[in-house]
Design a protein around this ligand. Structure first.
Ligand SMILES: NC(=O)c1ccc[n+]([C@@H]2O[C@H](COP(=O)([O-])OP(=O)(O)OC[C@H]3O[C@@H](n4cnc5c(N)ncnc54)[C@H](O)[C@@H]3O)[C@@H](O)[C@H]2O)c1
Length: 442
């Protein structure tokens, strides 16, 4: 568990931003640069992609926009996405329904895996065993046991896994991490994470591709080892709604928040416990994953509360709280709100004293505290702004650069396993209606 040394407000300000250090009042804005590792266009990293759907197509576009990266092959079970892959990465990209053909290609150094959650472990383990480094979408696993296996195989093969919660590659979260580690909010005490949506798209009621049919989709293979059902375009497009294929709001949304929290606080562990209160209240369309959910995770002494909903639109906010203030993260900003943590005036309680006692108390208090208060700068906020944490390109650049440099990726298999495990524990608590502790995790 990370333990951070509190520093005084004064010394923090002296080390801090120019505006804040000048001791000006109000909110001070500082722009954050977006940094990306450079790759060598003369020696491109050759990659394949498995799953070229909604997110796969975003990752493919982001990857081929990087100098020094080349897509060689793309696999998908739906032929429409072979067309899409060629539209994005060029007509010379080899396409196939069978992902083994991508893994068998010795010229391919690494793969991106953007299939639905229930496919991640199988494809990632096969890819690692085939000698490829892997970028896999969040949540890394579909169960905790799967995550443990992925960690083992990555360590055994020496091939690495970068997990796709792109926030951790953003300047926003790097700044939040720096602030927390510097002691700017004192001792870490608590965190709260929240996000809300309110639309059919936000609730995953996606329109299936109009031409989808058993002829252009290998529907039997798509279902993997889940009990087979007849061809169903809605399941193909909306798999997140069912725990057999997806991981609900926990694995789709909370995993991003937990990953960001882990990164900013230095917590890198499976929670000791998780408790969820949730239900299906807004989208009664046959789904079995909740659409309104509150979860409390406990990491040692630190409670992390997570509020998720598909019923009310609210911004995504991460609040990290300590004895000297708050670090608050939104889409493209991180705000440090320091707190003095001292009384800046006579106690409120003194109004209950008779007047003689109150007068004496006031005199004593001012004699003792006025010089201390005068030596404290006023608590003003500093806002750092950068490009949205939702930009995947820096996260991809970190991965492709690591393929060449062999330096550790920013979001490795252990980190991704911990973040996913928190989500699986949260879901288990909902389905089993009980507190899930580390020894009862699934
Ligand atoms: N990082 C993010 O912000 C973000 C955003 C969206 C989705 N995701 C994640 O990306 C993953 C994919 O989500 P999506 O919305 O793109 O899903 P999707 O259904 O749109 O696309 C998945 C694709 O994978 C293909 N596929 C399934 N099994 C396959 C197999 N065995 N071999 C080859 N192709 C296979 C499907 O045919 C489909 O085209 C999920 O894990 C999701 O959680 C991450």
């Amino acid at each position: 568990m990370a333990k951070f040394r509190p520093i005084s407000r004064r010394s923090f300000l002296q080390a801090g931003s120019g505006a804040a250090a000048a001791g000006l009042l109000g909110i001070h804005t500082v722009d954050l640069p977006a940094e990306m590792p450079a790759l060598d266009p003369a020696n491109p990293v050759r990659f394949g992609i498995i799953g070229v759907g909604t997110q796969g197509s975003t990752l493919l576009s982001g990857s081929v926009s990087l100098p020094g990266v080349k897509c060689v092959a793309a696999s998908d079970l739906y032929d429409g996405r072979h067309t899409l892959a060629k539209e994005i990465a060029g007509q010379d990209v080899k396409t196939t329904r069978r992902y083994d053909e991508v893994l068998e290609d010795k010229s391919i150094e690494c793969v991106i895996v953007a299939a639905p959650d229930f496919w991640h472990k199988t494809i990632v383990v096969d890819a690692l065993n085939a000698g490829k480094d892997v970028y896999v979408e969040k949540p890394m696993s579909h169960t905790i046991a799967e995550g443990e296996e992925m960690v083992r195989v990555s360590q055994k093969t020496g091939k690495f896994v970068q997990v796709g919660s792109q926030r951790v590659s953003s300047a926003i979260f790097v700044k939040a991490q720096e602030l927390v580690a510097s002691g700017a909010i004192g001792d870490l005490l608590q965190a709260e994470l929240q996000l809300g949506r309110n639309s059919p798209d936000g609730a995953w009621e996606y329109p299936p591709p109009p031409d989808l049919s058993p002829e252009n989709l290998d529907w039997v293979t798509w279902q993997k080892d889940v009990p087979k059902k007849p061809f169903d375009p809605l399941t193909f497009a909306r798999w997140r709604c069912w725990h057999e294929y997806g991981t609900g709001m926990a694995g789709d949304l909370m995993v991003h928040l937990v990953s960001g929290m882990q990164f900013a606080t230095g917590i890198n562990a499976i929670p000791d416990s998780a408790y969820t209160v949730a239900g299906i209240e807004r989208w009664k369309d046959g789904r079995n994953m909740p659409d309104v959910q509150s979860t409390v995770l406990r990491y040692g002494k630190i409670p992390v509360s997570v509020r998720l909903t598909l019923g009310t639109e609210t911004p995504e906010i991460t609040r990290i709280m300590g004895s000297l203030g708050v670090v608050e993260i939104t889409n493209n900003s991180v705000t440090l709100m320091p707190q003095l943590g001292i009384n800046t005036g006579t106690s409120y309680y003194s109004q209950s004293y008779p007047s003689v006692l109150r007068k004496q108390y006031n005199q004593d208090w001012h004699a003792k505290n006025d010089s201390i208060i005068a030596s404290h700068p006023l608590a003003d906020a500093t806002v750092y702004r950068g490009i949205s944490w939702d930009n995947v390109t820096p996260h991809l650049a970190n991965f492709f650069s690591a393929v060449r440099t062999r330096k550790p990726v920013v979001e490795d298999v252990v980190f991704g396993h911990h973040a996913a495990a928190a989500c699986h524990m949260a879901n288990a608590s909902y389905f089993e209606n009980m507190l899930i502790t580390a020894d009862k995790r699934t």
